[in-house]
Design a protein around this ligand. Structure first.
Ligand SMILES: C[S@@+](CC[C@H](N)C(=O)[O-])C[C@H]1O[C@@H](n2cnc3c(N)ncnc32)[C@H](O)[C@@H]1O
Length: 252
């Protein structure tokens, strides 16, 4: 790889992902999802987390007594997840290196989650509807699928065409976004400069996310066979295009 070239997403940053995400109140997200599960009468304690990444949520679920399964495309993210459970083999999730556009896990589950923008990484309508269909197939009858997505407004207006920097612990990061109005795809060029014991490591990664109109998300969930509700994230108010992040609750 030439110096300065951008690598694919979730390769080199895997080691630094948890530090970069330390601002996210994951316990609050899990509490919200528990409320959704309770409202939907879901009592079974097995969760399949699609695009589980480094397993932050898997760990929180397992501490609440859930059996967990995680799937992710990135071997590097799964490796960090394995390390997270290194000393707790009895509660470790079953981990699968796979693609949420095409997966089969050989069993059915009562709950599927897909969190923190992961569905936005599906860049075409076909990919999104295919993913929804696979989730429908893997769910038990009356199973529930809970996911979040960034809205078009978030990618277009909030991220837009801007650059910002952050300092998290020993990581200096530069986040440079461009938004394509025709494709609805936001491209992030992320540069991390990590200083550790006198050595400096520079990492470049490119991430691409697509925003979908609520009407399309609704159509694709229907086509996959779900009954569903879309909420403004972390609330039970109906989702709106002006929200930055929405939450989907889809019932088989
Ligand atoms: C922003 S991270 C979120 C990770 C985790 N869900 C969380 O909440 O921290 C997005 C994750 O989606 C995964 N991902 C992206 N596209 C994928 C695909 N087609 N199939 C499976 N995983 C995918 C990435 O590898 C990455 O781990």
């Amino acid at each position: 790889m030439k110096s300065g070239e951008y690598r694919g997403s979730f390769t080199a940053i895997a080691t630094y992902y948890d530090t970069l995400m330390s601002f996210v109140n994951y316990p609050g997200w899990i509490q919200y999802i528990e409320e959704i599960l309770s409202q939907n009468g879901s009592k079974k304690k097995t969760i399949f987390d699609l695009a589980c990444g480094t397993g932050v949520c898997l760990e929180l679920w397992s501490k609440k007594g859930y059996q967990t399964i995680g799937l992710d495309r990135s071997l590097a993210m799964l490796e960090v997840c394995r390390t997270r459970f290194r000393d707790s083999a009895d509660t470790a999730p079953m981990l699968i290196n796979g693609d949420m556009r095409s997966f089969a896990i050989g069993r059915r589950v009562p709950i599927v989650t897909c969190l923190y923008d992961s569905l936005n990484y599906l860049l075409s309508e076909d990919e999104l509807v295919t993913c929804f269909r696979h989730v429908y197939d893997v769910l038990e009858p009356r199973g529930i699928f809970i996911f979040d997505m960034n809205t078009v407004r978030c990618l277009r207006d909030e991220w837009g065409n801007g650059t910002f920097t952050r300092q998290d612990d020993t990581i200096h990061s530069v986040w440079s976004n461009t938004y394509d109005y025709i494709t609805g795809i936001s491209t992030l060029r992320l540069t991390l400069t990590v200083c550790n014991n006198g050595t400096v490591n520079t990492i470049h990664e490119m991430h691409r996310e697509r925003g979908y109109q609520l009407i399309n998300i609704a159509q694709f969930l229907s086509e996959a066979g779900f009954d569903f509700s879309l909420y403004r994230h972390l609330t039970f108010q109906p989702a709106h295009e002006q929200n930055m992040r929405i939450m989907g609750v889809a019932r088989k």
